[in-house]
Unconditional design. Structure first.
Length: 259
């Protein structure tokens, strides 16, 4: 069987999230209101949301008073975002044509790792007004220790060799994002912001979200069913609900030099 080239495989994975956009939109966690307010404190209210997906973050920025335009490679996700009132253009951000438009803030929620960090930062610099902010962010999660081990055991049994979800796996993404910003030569030194919060899940709520995770979106249905059954058993063993510890990590900088 021929090997799939890495960029093509990368894009296939990115687009796999659009298999069930309704599930993605209803089950994925939101972002802390304090973070949204901090990012939105730019010179103006025009926001470009890169990898807008179904519009989860975009709707939060709109609720904070911003005018939001989204860009996404997946037409299925974009269609759902539009149904939520978000204007979206379907394109890869690196090759998207801004048609002369500029913005006060460029954000990317849970998607910057699908974008070339150098080309993406350069495109953001191109469309940002002087003093504008670039903010890319991810929700990282950490289940209670005993439950985390039970979930990991399910992954090891059903998908030998596959990594279990790892909250610390997001830290290198921020390092890559920051390096890309520095290489443009037009941004200030990137900052890392952290927001700690928590969210309680019932068994059904967690099993509804689980198929939207990157590791599971492309599994055969039978394998996915095994993962869900194992995770369900683990949750039953702890009473059918739990509290997830979240950290939202933000890599952000402002444009200091004209392009």
């Amino acid at each position: 069987m021929p090997t799939i080239p890495e960029p093509h495989r990368h894009r296939q994975m990115a687009e796999s999230f659009g298999v069930d956009p309704e599930r993605y939109d209803r089950s994925r966690p939101r972002y802390p209101d304090a973070m949204v307010r901090a990012v939105a404190e730019a010179p103006g209210l025009d926001v470009l949301d890169v990898g807008v997906g179904t519009g989860i973050a975009a709707r939060q920025f709109r609720a904070a008073g911003c005018r939001v335009l989204g860009v996404d490679v997946d037409a299925r996700m974009a269609d759902l975002a539009r149904r939520g009132g978000i204007e979206v253009e379907v394109a890869a951000f690196e090759t998207w044509d801004p048609a002369g438009r500029t913005f006060d803030t460029v954000v990317s929620a849970q998607t910057w790792h699908w974008i070339d960090p150098v080309a993406g930062a350069a495109k953001a610099a191109e469309v940002l007004r002087p003093g504008g902010r670039l903010a890319v962010f991810w929700n990282t999660f950490r289940p209670p220790p005993g439950l985390a081990e039970a979930f990991a055991a399910v992954y090891r049994r059903v998908m030998p060799g596959s990594p279990a979800p790892d909250a610390d796996g997001y830290e290198p993404l921020h390092a890559k994002a920051a390096d890309g910003m520095r290489q443009t030569g037009v941004f200030g030194e990137p900052e890392l912001w952290r927001y700690e919060w928590e969210h309680s899940y019932t068994r059904d709520e967690w099993l509804d979200q689980l198929p939207t995770s990157g590791l599971l979106t492309r599994l055969p249905q039978a394998t996915l069913d095994e993962v869900l059954a194992g995770a369900g058993d683990a949750l039953d063993a702890v009473g059918g609900s739990f509290t997830m510890q979240y950290t939202t990590l933000v890599c952000t900088t402002t444009k200091t030099t004209a392009c």
